[in-house]
Design a protein around this ligand. Structure first.
Ligand code: URA
Length: 296
């Protein structure tokens, strides 16, 4: 069961059990213990492994102008209105009214806690279109930490993706953080899109569309928060999966695929972004030119 839930090979799972890290209904188990999938609560290091049968996990590409609260006194469209009403779900964290991109909706409180609690430090990646063209100094300031009214921001991974276009990876979840960071270095955000939550990304989902997470995605997400909980980020950081991204016509597309991200398809009409792939440095180039090593 552990192996099926993505904890590794049978051998690795046996070691987890032998090390006393696996409990069933709160009791440490020994090798060979039998488990009833639908009834028993299996935990590794105190965190349920499971994919509970009645839990749902939706990934929405939130359009601008949509609130992420359950109800809105002003009657604006809510993210919940895009997905099935039963079972009731909530959003995992918030996106500002005008922020677009990936939003996870679920009824799984445990996973929500782990994805949003600062101690887990789950990475969130954003593509920000900003006013002006940030200098290397401004990018460095964003990376190293910016003094905001609620304190200094943690180091971030930041790279220029083109004129006025910045990719920012943060692992804090402060209110309007990316907007405030960019503003603080003199480049207010004109458009903000979340392109990754931990290990989760989707380059095909259209604005306003949603889909269920696959079992593999869910396991990967569960695994990543377990690993982060162990402070094992250097071994299995979801950052390893990062590729430079561009956003085409609202969908989040991989800039490594020039055919998909041609200037003609890009969001130039809406946001004046030069998305010519040739103008966007590759991840390696960006690493050399604009990024510092992983911050954690
Ligand atoms: N940072 C912001 O400024 N806004 C969001 O919606 C998310 C991150």
């Amino acid at each position: 069961m552990l192996a099926r839930a993505g904890f590794g090979s049978r051998r690795v799972c046996e070691d987890l059990i032998a090390d006393g890290r696996v409990t069933v209904n709160g009791e440490e188990i020994v090798l060979g213990a039998r488990v009833e999938v639908d009834r028993d609560v299996v935990e590794v290091d105190g965190v349920p492994i499971g994919i509970q049968p009645d839990s749902v996990y939706y990934l929405l590409n939130k359009p601008p102008g949509v609130v992420t609260t359950a109800v809105d006194p002003q009657g604006r469209t809510t993210a919940l209105s895009f997905v099935p009403t039963e079972p009731r779900v909530h959003s995992v964290g918030r996106l500002d009214l005008e922020t677009e991109g990936l939003l996870l909706l679920t009824n799984d409180g445990q996973l929500t806690h782990r994805l949003t609690h600062p101690s887990f430090g789950v990475e969130k990646e954003y593509l920000a279109e900003v006013e002006g063209d940030p200098s290397r100094g401004a990018l460095r300031a964003l990376r190293e930490g910016v003094e905001l009214d609620d304190g200094l921001t943690a180091p971030a991974r930041v790279s220029a993706q083109g004129p006025s276009l910045v990719r920012i990876v943060i692992h804090e979840g402060r209110n309007r953080q990316v907007r405030r960071m960019c503003e603080a270095v003199g480049h207010p955000v004109t458009r903000l899109i979340r392109t990754r939550i931990g290990s989760l990304r989707d380059t095909q989902l259209r604005p306003g569309s949603w889909r269920e997470l696959t079992q593999d995605e869910l396991r990967e997400l569960e695994r990543s928060v377990l690993l982060l909980d162990e402070a094992a980020t250097t071994e299995a950081s979801p950052a390893d999966a990062i590729t430079a991204e561009a956003i085409t016509d609202g969908a989040i597309t991989d800039e490594a695929s020039p055919a998909e991200a041609s200037p003609a398809e890009a969001i130039t009409d809406e946001a004046s972004v030069d998305m010519n792939p040739a103008a966007v440095p590759s991840r390696d180039q960006a690493d050399e030119a604009d990024e510092v090593p992983e911050d954690s």
